[in-house]
Design a protein around this ligand. Structure first.
Ligand code: SAM
Length: 319
């Protein structure tokens, strides 16, 4: 049964292998009749297993990519005995979206950040540095800011800063300067050529493709990914029922840092500096940290799905 924003089924061949699937399901401790949010529905790789464990319950799937919602509507439409509600939104708005569905609190929330394999492997979406495509990189194709806006419109200093911060790219200034000199840049292939010429020959032989970090940085900027993650985590913790669980998969250090720091802060009672003898902050822990160290994929999983290699799963339980 599907309701909520009605999204038509689609016949797309949406390929995405869910990461840390068994570990996510175990961490969420799903039971019959639960209300569960999959905040990053994608191809419903996690959700199609979640629905099997919450008979009589509700799955709320969020994504800002219409194609993902269309594909998942088809996959999840066959679920019996579970109410499926698929909503196109930014997961950072979780706190506002749920009341709109008549839902105040939920039993479990899963988030699996980043882009899906379908998005990377669809050339016209412009996420990949291995195929020539328009400078797009939007997860939400209705959004106005594209990679073109950033690559051809941002001042050099701003471009260098974001390549440095979001890509942790050592040659950020050289790359930004080369981009500005080569404008207008008309495609991802053109951008890759400009980056390759800007960095020393042989760069990328050990650390991956020379354009990898710059593409990551532009993608994060286009989709405002890090701000969304912070707002999502704060909202998700608020909408969890007592004993409800939040499981989060991140794929790079910038994402993981936000998850790790937020979970640490929210699982700590007093945040006063150690030198202050008596608490003056009044902060109380709202969650219990269930993963002191992140859960990572097994060698077997990385072998069968190399895109899982950098995944880290962190889990908290609402107090
Ligand atoms: C890694 S994929 C999820 C794959 C899914 N778990 C599966 O196994 O099929 C991430 C998905 O989250 C979506 N997404 C990323 N950031 C988002 C945001 N801020 N709000 C809503 N959806 C987002 C992307 O569009 C993408 O479809």
């Amino acid at each position: 049964m599907i309701n909520g924003d009605v999204i038509g089924p689609s016949n797309l061949n949406f390929k995405h292998v869910p990461v840390l699937l068994k570990e996510c399901l175990e961490s969420l401790q799903l039971k019959k009749n639960m209300v569960v949010v999959d905040a990053t529905l994608g191809g419903a790789g996690h959700s199609r297993e979640i629905v099997k464990q919450i008979s009589g319950g509700t799955l709320i799937g969020l994504d800002r990519d219409t194609t993902a919602l269309q594909y998942s509507a088809k996959i999840l439409g066959e679920s019996e005995n579970v109410e499926i509600r698929l909503i196109k939104c930014n997961f950072c708005d979780i706190e506002d979206v749920l009341p709109g569905l008549g839902v105040e609190q939920v039993d479990a929330i899963l988030a699996d950040f980043g882009v899906s394999s379908y998005q990377i492997d669809t050339p016209e979406r412009g996420f990949s540095y291995t195929q020539d495509a328009p400078l797009d990189m939007r997860m939400d194709t209705d959004a106005t800011k594209t990679a073109d806006t950033v690559v051809n419109g941002y001042p050099e200093g701003r471009l260098a800063d974001l390549i440095w911060q979001y890509g942790e790219e050592h040659y950020a200034r050289r790359i930004a300067s080369a981009i500005v000199a080569a404008r207008p840049i008309r495609s991802t292939g053109h951008l890759v050529d400009v980056i390759k010429k800007a960095v020393p020959a042989g760069y990328g032989k050990t650390g991956g493709h020379p354009a990898k970090r710059t593409f990551q940085a532009i993608r994060i900027e286009v989709n405002q990914e890090l701000d969304s993650i912070q707002k999502f985590l704060d909202g998700a913790i608020k909408v969890l029922k007592p004993n409800g669980r939040l499981a989060v998969i991140s794929f790079h250090s910038l994402e993981d840092r936000i998850v790790k720091q937020t979970f640490k802060r929210e699982s700590t009672d007093c945040l006063c500096p150690p030198k202050i003898p008596q608490c003056i902050c009044g902060h109380h822990a709202s969650v219990k940290l269930l993963t002191k160290k992140p859960i990572c994929p097994t060698i077997e999983e990385v072998h069968s799905n190399p895109r899982s290699a950098s995944a880290k799963l962190r889990v908290v339980c609402k107090i």
